[in-house]
Design a protein around this ligand. Structure first.
Ligand code: C2E
Ligand code: CA
Ligand code: CA
Ligand code: CA
Length: 274
């Protein structure tokens, strides 16, 4: 098995070699897929608990490989980051998401994930500007999701870029909040518009400690006047806890799975499905 190969002291273990070969093959194939624009974008709604209204959608990259089938982002995004392909991939997703958002109801924002690696390219601000101009999407309808990793590498330069992005009129969300290292300090490092609370909190919402931590996050977020979204909402019990804690926005399989544009653009899809 893979694990047996990893624990083996022989670094030339055939298992490891097979793994490395498959990885570079996947990298070559990913390069081709990006080049051929075979990467699709799905959209997962964020809903307002009180009304069931879809306030935004998150753009999520999808790769349907001709023979391997569906390759999960958890597998190909890290490869794209290491191989330097994430810039092109990210630009592709951004451009598609902006164009697709023009086919969605006017009040719906579109959120696009940015990798910290994209910040190392000096032209990120121009790329975002271009995607907006080319699609005609108003700046206020674009949201950029970043993780604290943006603050870890070259943070002074990245902070500058983040400020320039915000100055365009787009909004900035802090993703996967609460699971990193000094997460609270990042909240005050930059004027974010929104905080997305990591799924780990919903997974453990039945524990009093989790609810206590979430309670103080909600308070802090209110003090800073930010929006807050719970990610990975899967059950009615989690929705009830969100209500009790005062988290008004949710994203997760309980509401909607990520879907192709056609399912968002059609007027019937704006009605709650649960
Ligand atoms: P993320 O940004 O935290 O996105 C949310 C992930 O949680 C998505 O996984 C989504 O499908 C999944 N999810 C949503 N609701 C639920 C739920 O109720 N239960 C469970 N178990 N999962 C739920 P996905 O699409 O597989 O993407 C995984 C990660 O890959 C994303 O996490 C993001 O970090 C990265 N990613 C995806 N697309 C892009 C992209 O275009 N650019 C970059 N840089 N990263 C991307
Ligand atoms: Ca995200
Ligand atoms: Ca997230
Ligand atoms: Ca993530």
């Amino acid at each position: 098995s893979k694990n047996a190969g990893r624990n083996c002291f022989n670094v030339y273990s055939p298992d490891l070699k097979v793994e490395a070969d498959q990885r570079s093959l996947l990298e070559i194939e990913l390069r081709e897929a990006i080049w051929r624009e075979e990467i699709e974008v799905f959209y997962q709604p964020v809903v307002e608990l009180g009304t069931g209204r879809m306030v935004s959608v998150e753009a999520l990259a999808r790769w349907h490989h001709p023979t391997r089938g569906f390759v999960p982002p958890a597998e190909f995004i890290p490869i794209a980051e290491e191989a330097g392909l994430i810039v092109e991939l990210g630009n592709l997703v951004l451009a598609k998401a902006c164009r697709d958002a023009m086919k969605m109801p006017d009040e719906v924002k579109v959120a696009v994930n940015l990798s910290a690696v994209q910040f190392t390219k000096s032209n990120l601000v121009d790329v975002v500007k271009f995607a907006l101009a080319e699609s005609g999407l108003p700046e206020c309808r674009l949201e950029l999701e970043i993780t604290e990793s943006v603050f870890l590498a070259d943070s002074a330069e990245n902070l500058k870029t983040l400020r320039s992005l915000k100055a365009l009129g787009v909004s900035i969300a802090l993703d996967d909040f609460g699971v990193g290292y000094s997460a609270l300090s990042y909240l005050t490092a930059f004027p974010f518009d929104k905080v997305k609370v990591d799924k780990a909190f919903m997974d453990r919402i039945d524990r009093p400690e989790t609810r206590a931590v979430l309670g103080s996050i909600v308070q802090l977020v209110r003090t800073l006047n930010l929006a807050i979204v719970a990610e990975g909402v899967e059950t009615q019990q989690q929705v009830d806890e969100m209500g009790a804690l005062g988290i008004p926005l949710g994203q997760g399989y309980f509401f909607h799975r990520p879907v192709p544009l056609a399912d968002i653009a059609s007027p019937s899809s704006t009605a709650p499905k649960w």
